[in-house]
Design a protein around this ligand. Structure first.
Ligand code: CIR
Length: 256
């Protein structure tokens, strides 16, 4: 059993941060409906969804993943790289306080949860436009007592590490090698995104299910050929805001 913390799409999402994409109009009502379907997928995969209310003044606040790193033992509240996103953390911290002891990334450190790929007791952390070396060092120091290793990974050409690589099965990663080094994953089976779908690496593994954007059929076929079936979800409006399927939830194991 998992708990999935989500947040209703902000009516201001059209004013979201955009780093690598051109701005296109976002249909807020459609974005909200797509987000509900995403939450239904989470429920179908065994999550209890805890939805936070919309934040009308925080355009990117649906992307709760960036605000915290949640492990079994503790949660680390981030300090997002985009200043406009820093006020998002307070309400997420209040929600997580019921479940985990909280620690915080401090200035001048920055860290976005989208840069953190946890594989067992190793956390690969993208050194990106959003997460800096100070933030990564703070995370390493916070997690060392718990037996977690933190490895910095250079990320170029995309927003976050998990724009470029995500776990899709116990031993398998989906990757865009143009944006992230490929020599770090020697113990893993790799599936490359289809070259026509550079944004297709972001997939959300929950238990033994994978939530995956409907926008990437060629890469989905590559997954199917390797025996990985996904739950497709249409998140076209969130993709316009540079969102993917990992970024719309914080998944935590419910403790007995
Ligand atoms: C941003 O640029 O911060 C948002 N518009 C998109 C954040 C997406 N987050 C994620 O993939 N973890």
């Amino acid at each position: 059993m998992h708990i999935a913390i989500t947040r209703e799409v902000s009516p201001a999402i059209g004013r979201c941060e955009l780093t690598h994409l051109d701005r296109r109009p976002i249909d807020v009502t459609l974005a909200q409906a797509q987000h509900r379907q995403y939450e239904e997928c989470l429920t179908a995969l065994g999550c209890r969804v805890e939805r936070l209310p919309a934040e009308p003044d925080l355009p990117d606040s649906v992307f709760v993943e960036d605000t915290a790193i949640v492990l079994d033992e503790l949660a680390v509240i981030t300090r997002p790289g985009a200043a406009s996103r820093r006020p998002e953390t307070a309400s997420v911290a209040r929600a997580l306080a019921s479940y985990r002891p909280l620690h915080h990334i401090q200035a001048p450190g920055t860290l976005d949860g989208g840069d953190v790929l946890r594989l067992g007791h190793t956390l690969f952390v993208g050194q990106s436009g959003r997460s800096n070396a100070v933030g990564i060092d703070q995370l390493r120091a916070l997690l060392r007592p718990w037996g977690y290793r933190v490895e910095a990974v250079p990320v170029t050409g995309c927003l976050h590490l998990k724009s470029a690589v995500a776990q899709v099965a116990p031993n398998t990663l989906l990757i865009n090698r143009d944006w992230v080094p490929d020599d770090l994953w020697a113990d893993w089976d790799l599936i490359d995104v289809d070259p026509a779908e550079p944004f297709a690496a972001n997939a959300l593994l929950v238990g033994d299910g994978v939530i995956y954007p409907a926008a990437y059929p060629a890469t989905r076929e590559r997954l199917r050929e390797r025996g990985i079936r996904v739950r497709p979800v249409d998140v076209s409006e969130l993709i316009k805001a540079a969102g993917g399927v990992t970024c719309c939830s914080l998944i935590l194991a419910a403790r007995p």
